[in-house]
Design a protein around this ligand. Structure first.
Ligand SMILES: [Zn+2]
Length: 411
């Protein structure tokens, strides 16, 4: 399990929280196979099984009733969100409205668009406030600065928090092989020499040794497949990666194809201001795709798999996996989709790239920042991050370890 990101900095009763993610582990955990937290008491259910942090004065009183956690704001807690992925933002719907939640303007726009199409986080639509880039926001004894970084969602940010004991930097999710590597490098330069660095380590989990494909390679590969496939192109793209969505629409257009999206995705893309967006069944009918499959690319929603029975498939068509759902082999629907594609004689072609820096790039980032202490997290194998000489490494443990910025563990 990669888990979710949540970091708390505390000084004199003041608290800065960096990210407030929802644990994401399809196929694992106590809530799976249709067993979900009970709607009216979902946060309480999560607190009881350890899927939400038992932090006082963060959540709404009614959401933590009966859990022993104090609800309501104490005026000394603020939340800062790195980006709009659920494992970083998914618990913000439960936050008390008097607790400020800060995020980048692009993250706020994306959450607002999702809200407009009825796709809210658990607990309701969070009230997010913009934090401008590279300007110190004072909060009690802390000063918080936000920096843009590259990840597979717009608005992704890292933070630097200055405290009376030194600066702590947090990468959020970060990479050097995306569309804006210069942003990640500029962040690393800005926080160089930090007392402490908290860095994600997702790819360490998989033992990757190769460099990651770039986003531009993915665009090119998609364009090539769209150009060379004689029949229908099926695909799955992660909707929050709107830069890739727009690039795919453009690549397809160059090759004389139109991409047709599931209706809710099409509505979301239009609210986000994307162009040439067509919705399945509203702008393009099934019959039209059946009669001219070579003119279309169809994004298949994972809950619409039986549609494969109606689409014109077989040799000459292809299914392109570009980091959409199901996200990976860890999702039980991955094998299910493979079975359906085999049944329809349609080849499966993964062309995506991840949102997370390769192990080599993580080392590059740590070397550039060269903190006194590094905390690798968001990983199944944080011990694979080897710090450079002079940097101390602390490994996370379930249950919330606490440290001071001299690297001493607190009881
Ligand atoms: Zn992410």
């Amino acid at each position: 399990m990669i888990g979710s990101s949540k970091i708390m900095l505390e000084y004199d009763g003041w608290r800065v929280l960096l990210d407030l993610g929802l644990d994401f582990h399809p196929g694992q955990g106590l809530f799976r196979m249709g067993v979900s937290p009970r709607t009216a008491q979902a946060l309480a259910d999560r607190l009881r099984i350890g899927e939400a942090p038992a932090i006082n004065h963060l959540f709404r009183a009614e959401a933590v009733k009966g859990t022993g956690v104090a609800g309501g704001s104490d005026g000394q807690t603020a939340v800062f969100i790195t980006h709009a992925h659920l494992d970083h933002i998914g618990l913000t719907g439960w936050v008390d409205p008097a607790v400020p939640i800060y995020a980048s303007p692009d993250t706020i726009a994306l959450m607002a668009a999702l809200h407009q199409v009825g796709d809210d986080v658990e607990g309701g639509y969070p009230q997010l406030q913009p934090i401008v880039e590279d300007a110190r926001l004072a909060f009690g004894p802390f000063g918080v600065r936000r920096y843009a970084v590259d990840h597979d969602v717009v608005g992704a940010s890292g933070y630097a928090v200055d405290t009376p004991d030194g600066v702590l930097a947090f990468t959020g999710d970060i990479r050097l092989h995306g569309r804006h590597p210069e942003a990640s490098v500029a962040f690393a330069r800005a926080v160089a020499g930090a007392r402490a660095l908290v860095i994600e380590g997702t790819t360490l989990s998989f033992g990757f040794t190769h460099a990651e494909r770039t986003e531009f390679d993915v665009d090119r590969q998609f364009g090539k497949i769209v150009g060379e496939t004689p029949g229908l192109v099926l695909m799955t793209v992660y909707p929050r990666n709107i830069e890739r969505v727009q690039a795919f629409v453009t690549e397809a257009k160059i090759q004389g194809r139109q991409v047709v999206w599931p209706k809710p995705m099409a509505s979301f893309f239009r609210v986000m201001g994307l162009s040439d967006i067509l919705g399945f069944g509203e702008d393009v009918a099934l019959e039209e795709i059946q009669s001219r499959p070579q003119h279309y690319g169809v994004d298949l929603a994972v809950d619409q798999i039986p549609l494969l029975l109606d689409l014109p498939l077989g040799p000459g068509s292809v299914f392109v996996h570009a980091n959409g759902e199901p996200l990976g082999a860890f999702d039980p629907r991955w094998d299910l989709l493979q079975d359906w594609l085999k049944f329809r004689h349609t080849p499966f072609w993964p062309i995506g790239t991840g949102g997370h820096a390769s192990p080599d790039d993580l080392n590059r980032l740590v070397e550039m920042i060269h903190p006194d202490i590094v905390f690798p997290l968001h990983s199944q194998a944080p011990d694979r991050l080897i710090p450079p000489p002079g940097t101390l490494r602390w490994l996370p443990q379930r249950g919330g370890r606490r440290f001071d910025l001299a690297g001493r563990e607190l009881s």
